[in-house]
Design a protein around this ligand. Sequence first.
Ligand SMILES: Cc1cc2nc3c(=O)[nH]c(=O)nc-3n(C[C@H](O)[C@H](O)[C@H](O)COP(=O)(O)OP(=O)(O)OC[C@H]3O[C@@H](n4cnc5c(N)ncnc54)[C@H](O)[C@@H]3O)c2cc1C
Length: 386
Amino acid sequence: MVNTVNFKLDKFFLRFVNTDYDIIVAGAGIAGMIAATSASIYSHHNLKILVIDRNPQPIAGKKTLTGWVCGDAVGKNSVDYMTNRIGIQWGKPEIEHPVKGVVAYSPDHGTSIYFDGDGYILNRRLLPQKQFNDAVKVGVEFQWEVALRSVYAEDGFVKGVIGTYLKDNSVFKKTAKVVIDGAGVTSVLRTNLPIKSYIQRTIDRDDLEATGRYILEFEPASDDKTYFDPDYAIIHLDQIIAPGGYAWVFPKSDCKVNIGLGVQQKSMDIRNKTLGKKEDLKMLIDNYVKINPVIRNPKIADGIADEGNGWGTWQVSVRRQNDCMVGNGYMIVGDAAWMPKPLDAGGIGPAIIAAVIAGKDAVQAIEANDTSERGLWNYNVDFVND
Ligand SMILES: Cc1cc2nc3c(=O)[nH]c(=O)nc-3n(C[C@H](O)[C@H](O)[C@H](O)COP(=O)(O)OP(=O)(O)OC[C@H]3O[C@@H](n4cnc5c(N)ncnc54)[C@H](O)[C@@H]3O)c2cc1C
């Protein structure tokens, strides 16, 4: 009886707690911007929402110093999921090239497995600008050039974020009823989460792939569709070329390609030891480009649409998503929650779906005046279901 009264009082007072924002989203990546936009749309633009990123606005979505590093491929079904629920549509130029599906080849290219289903090769450099405009149109606010250091917590609840203004190193601190962490695979908010929670803070090293890719323009030198196919995203399974991972050739036009590979460090060490070599990720990628008979005179794409994004390396998780994705006042989405699928490291689709749901479930929790772990729990269930 006493507990019930306390719980009702807690909910009553929560309603009157003054925070700078209703929702703060950490990270203006693909997941963060969709989560913020979704929350604004589900709340009928009634909530105050802030997205924070360390990048300046013109290079929004840049993951790391070497660029918007990604294979850029996503299934149409995931984009449709977003469009059907929150009305956001993507087209040209952020969708750079359509494909009919994915095809995986055995090492000798003799066996192929087709996964048919429409998909897109995105332009990850341009997409964030479209996402930014969509978010601003529904009232989302942005704070650029702030490096977040941690969430700010009190009484076992996340109550905001703390960071540093990059322009002068002064302290940044803002409060919110819910913080949605979309700060990517290396999120410091998740790693340093100071509240009691089921959320796993760190990832097993073997569950991280080291990956890299080029975006290249080239003169097509042959018609071998097992090496380049303008209609299919090609995956090469080969433990010499990509130990513990796979290599890919994703078409961006008839003469432009996103080409790269991912490796598991442990498998890479075994491969090098077995072959008596000392090759690293970059050497494997350069060799993979060189042996492709279709790609002649490759040139790193450097037009406005690809500026600063022609070559890059980063990491991607290949495990199930975090066992729990909510804590008191806190949710994680996208790579911050290790959402890329273990089979193919595709993280864009899960990030889109989770971000739409995270926005909806954050709004529901705020409207119900219960942003505790229990109040946000639906997000765990809804993500698994969808
Ligand atoms: C080489 C490579 C190839 C891939 N290929 C594919 C593919 O073909 N298809 C696919 O579906 N997936 C692919 N993925 C995975 C996909 O890129 C990710 O799943 C996706 O980008 C995740 O988006 P996100 O918004 O969660 O994180 P991110 O894109 O990493 O965005 C995180 C954002 O948070 C910001 N941020 C981070 N830390 C801070 C901080 N402390 N303070 C302030 N801001 C911060 C960053 O600036 C960034 O804007 C690939 C990944 C790699 C590395």
